[in-house]
Design a protein around this ligand. Structure first.
Ligand code: DON
Length: 574
């Protein structure tokens, strides 16, 4: 797209914001103008699977609000996208309640079991045993997803939990057809899944990746969901399900106890807030690093006239902001219930001013020149959905079992994969995890602590439009959300946020990776001449789903990432 078009669009955006301000000034009271935001004309959902989007719409049709729909979408994803999320995993749900403008992050992140130890993945040679860290029950944290469903329904929903879980229970019983994504992600995990008979019996066919269209039925999972629908939190975390789950985990070499499950609680967290060029962002707080890193990057970029710069100039500055935010992630971030995370300082514009001062406009800053930790720096899945209802309630939810199909382990009779989220801790200072991320003391393993996440469900409020977005992608999540927000602020529709070609820098390794075709030859040559090591990753990443609400007209639009065909966005007038 030409710069002049970008300029014209951003002029239109700032122009309509100017008009909104004039309207506001002409009204007798500012409150009236705010209250007169046009309500969304439709319910909208964008998720990673058409069956999950349809489940959310079914619950809207039954009289549910956005929070009931979030339970329906999340629980259906747990059934039809076992690679990405599920009852054996966790999630972060960012909520906006319209009636009182209340924002909250529901933290259903996994928690380290009580017997976890900071050296639990180190072998006799003192190095991390990567197999133990990502495969089998020792890799799993105590799951938070079931607790999240119960909390969402009880405190924010309008329908009984049993009604919001009904589509998921039905699909678990009746089955869903295997698609390309299921097969692609299973290809790399089938060997591990084959280690565990309770897993391979459900998710493979004779030990092989199932063919396209093969119907996967999950009666055990349906029973567990029914137990949650009937007994709420206790239906998963105490009683017969918990007993069977813990017994299965321990028999296969895991260390969970009944007490670990009984202790698990969802935590309501104040989201991270920041602003960018007149927009107000509400985003993920610890135990995710996403919101803090996003705030740092946007604060660094705020004064730059990005839309009038050349592609190379703009990309250089965005990369330098990524590098600095990920350095801070490495050094300072972890579960704020266990370590002192300097959220105020890291998200303060003055702090970003200091970081920006070190950026040269003509040269890359080598990462090793930023004070860091001594280190030997050495795919994927998760799921995101965004939705809105006609009252203006919104949910951005990112759910995960970490790597595709989590740890590959299913406890007998349970029917769901356990996560391998323990790998999101730093198993050893300076030793990269599956996403090449480094960590230090702040993210060391401690019993009952939550591993540092990159999940970045985000809501961006402007005077004229609101965005709801997020994506899977491990360490790349935060930079994808940044690039999506930059599109939105330029006035572009959700289709552009989710399809935009992506690039990424995470401090270490000191390298810019990009999706094939992201840059033209001239931009690549300029970035290289500035000292950036640029590398075509040879494949795409992420699975972003976004919703936009025009608060002046009430129009709503939504889009699902075109990189996977299973995603679906729907906008429906009730
Ligand atoms: O919480 C995190 O940051 C990771 N467990 C997310 C993993 C992920 O996004 C994998 N997906 N592609």
């Amino acid at each position: 797209m030409s710069n002049s078009k970008i300029n014209m669009k951003s002029w239109l955006v700032s122009r309509s914001r100017y008009l909104a301000v004039v309207v506001l000034a002409l009204c007798s009271s500012a409150q009236v103008a705010v209250a007169e935001n046009a309500k969304p004309q439709a319910n909208a959902i964008a998720s990673a699977h058409y069956l999950a989007t349809e489940a959310g719409m079914e619950v809207f049709a039954a009289g549910g609000n956005a929070f009931d729909a979030a339970v329906a979408v999340s629980s259906t994803l747990a059934v039809v996208e076992p690679a990405s999320s599920g009852l054996g995993g966790g999630g972060l749900w960012l909520l906006h309640r319209a009636q009182d403008n209340f924002d909250v992050m529901i933290d259903g992140r996994e928690m380290a079991p009580g017997a976890a130890d900071r050296n639990m993945y180190l072998g006799a040679d003192g190095e991390v045993n990567r197999d133990l860290a990502v495969n089998g029950p020792l890799a799993a944290g105590i799951p938070g997803e079931a607790a999240g469903f119960v909390h969402l329904a009880r405190h924010y929903g309008r329908l009984p939990l049993a009604e919001s879980l009904a589509p998921a229970i039905r699909l678990a019983k009746n089955g869903f057809p295997v698609d390309e994504k299921y097969r692609a992600l299973m290809t790399n995990r089938a060997a591990v899944v084959n280690r565990y008979p309770a897993a391979s019996a459900i998710f493979l066919v004779d030990g092989q990746v199932p063919p396209l269209g093969h119907v996967i039925k999950q009666p055990d999972l349906a029973r567990v969901l029914e137990s949650i629908a009937t007994h709420g939190h206790d239906g998963f975390y105490t009683g017969p399900i918990a007993q069977k789950l813990v017994a299965g985990v321990r028999e296969a070499g895991g260390i969970w106890t009944l007490d670990d499950l009984a202790r698990y609680k969802v935590v309501e967290r104040e989201p991270v807030r920041t602003s960018y060029k007149g927009y107000k962002l509400v985003t993920a707080s610890p135990p995710s690093s996403g919101g803090i890193a996003l705030a740092t990057m946007l604060n660094i970029l705020n004064p730059y006239p990005l839309s009038t710069m050349t592609e190379a100039e703009r990309t250089h500055l965005v990369i330098e902001s990524m590098r600095r935010a990920y350095r801070d992630r490495t050094l300072y971030l972890g579960d704020s219930d266990f370590v002192d995370v300097p959220i105020q300082r890291l998200t303060h514009p003055f702090y970003a001013d200091g970081l920006r001062a070190g950026i040269r406009h003509d040269r890359a800053t080598p990462s090793e020149m930023l004070p860091g930790i001594e280190s030997e720096p050495g795919g994927t899945d998760t799921s995101h959905f965004s939705l809105i209802d006609t009252e203006g309630n919104m949910v951005a939810g990112t759910l995960t079992v970490n790597l595709p199909y989590g740890s590959g382990f299913v406890a007998p009779g349970m029917g769901f994969f356990l996560n391998n989220e323990m790998d999101d801790f730093s198993a050893k200072k300076g030793s990269p995890n599956a996403y090449g991320l480094l960590g230090a003391e702040a993210n060391a393993i401690v019993p009952y602590k939550r591993p540092l996440s990159s999940m970045t469900p985000t809501i961006v409020h402007g005077d004229d439009q609101v965005a709801i977005l997020g994506t899977p992608g491990g360490s790349r999540i935060i930079t994808m959300v940044l690039l999506g927000i930059l599109e939105f602020v330029d006035g572009k529709p959700p289709q552009d946020w989710v399809s935009r070609p992506r690039y990424h820098h995470q401090y270490m390794p000191d390298q810019v990776t990009y999706e094939p075709g992201t840059f033209d030859a001239e931009t690549l040559a300029t970035l290289e001449s500035m000292g950036h090591e640029v590398k075509d990753r040879g494949r795409t990443w992420g699975n972003m789903h976004g919703v936009r609400w025009n608060v002046l007209t009430g129009e709503v639009d939504a889009a699902s990432d075109p990189r996977w065909t299973s995603g679906r966005s729907m906008v429906e007038v009730p």
